[in-house]
Ligand binder design. Structure first.
Ligand code: ATR
Length: 281
């Protein structure tokens, strides 16, 4: 697709930014839908984040995705935020409105939920407790998403217990904290096991957890997608649990921004997944 003088421009702002797969995702959709637009990496130094966000409207850009280290600056700089961004404390998608003001959202939470629903159609948030490992930024998004979807109880375990306690205090009594050493016990009766730690990622130690107590009907979701099949997912699949990898979350979180900037609600399908899988190899 040729870019004309009328092209809509969006991108992803981060530092470093060269590793980002967002240009591949949006580039695939731009070509597929024949959109007169471009999606480019914005390499913005940490100290220039606020200036860069304010410049979006002046440059006539449609908006931007936001990655490290700018998610908090985006949160502080935009003129309004959606409920997910408020609860998570981070903005990953900025839309320049017609009047030049900036709307910020966090699409990690809806991205996770859209992916979970698409991959595990029989799973119901309200049906059983969720067991969540971790206490980082993606954990916040996951807890917000699960509570919004009606989860009755979230059992949270993290190596550094104080971080899990802080999240539980922020999200209220449905979130309970389990000692890292006791994490296998929290699987009893759970409908979902969600890993939001970096354990199991290439170059990191494996995630060690005894799955014996986990019901066979539970879904096991690993936010890690390099490798696609983590040790956790392989172990879950071997005992009959439905195992879901984290790549879909990356793809689904991109969709709301694309729709807002380019006016087409894009499909998250196997063709898109194949594009990213090829790049991961
Ligand atoms: P993000 O913001 O992307 O979710 P993060 O803030 O870097 O990621 O969090 C990484 C998560 O992996 C944390 O929960 C971290 O546990 P700590 O809070 O104790 O640091 C977890 N993690 C990383 N390495 C770990 C390890 N070797 N053992 C246990 N947990 C680990």
């Amino acid at each position: 697709m040729t870019v004309t003088g009328k092209a809509r421009i969006a991108g992803v702002m981060g530092w470093p930014i060269a590793h980002s797969r967002s240009p591949l995702i949006h580039g695939h959709w731009l070509a597929r839908y024949g959109v007169d637009g471009a999606y480019v990496p914005f390499a913005v130094r940490p100290e220039h984040g606020a200036d860069a966000f304010r410049a979006l409207a002046k440059l006539g850009f449609a908006g931007t995705n936001v990655t490290l280290p700018h998610k908090l600056t985006a949160f502080q700089t935009v003129d309004r935020r959606d409920a997910a961004a408020e609860a998570i404390g981070a903005v990953n998608t900025v839309v320049v409105e017609a009047d030049g003001s900036l709307s910020g959202s966090n699409t990690d939470a809806p991205g996770l939920m859209a992916h979970l629903i698409a991959s595990a159609p029989d799973w119901r948030a309200e049906a059983a407790p969720a067991a969540v490992l971790g206490a980082g930024g993606s954990t916040r998004a996951a807890i917000f998403a699960l509570l919004a979807a009606g989860s009755p109880e979230i059992r949270l375990s993290n190596r550094t217990g104080a971080k899990a306690e802080a999240l539980a205090a922020a999200f209220g009594p449905k979130v309970t904290v389990v000692d890292w050493a006791e994490r296998a016990a929290m699987l009893d009766g759970a409908g979902l096991l969600l890993n939001t730690t970096s354990l199991g990622m290439t170059g990191q130690p494996p995630l060690e957890i005894d799955l014996t107590a986990l019901p066979k009907a539970a879904v096991v979701y690993d936010i890690v997608y390099v490798p696609l099949e983590t040790g956790l997912l392989a172990a879950a699949r071997a005992r009959g649990n439905l195992a879901v990898d984290g790549l879909g979350m990356l793809l689904h979180q991109a969709a709301p921004g694309f729709a807002a900037w380019f006016g087409v609600a894009p499909a998250v399908d196997d063709a898109l997944r194949a594009v990213i899988l090829k790049d991961l190899k």
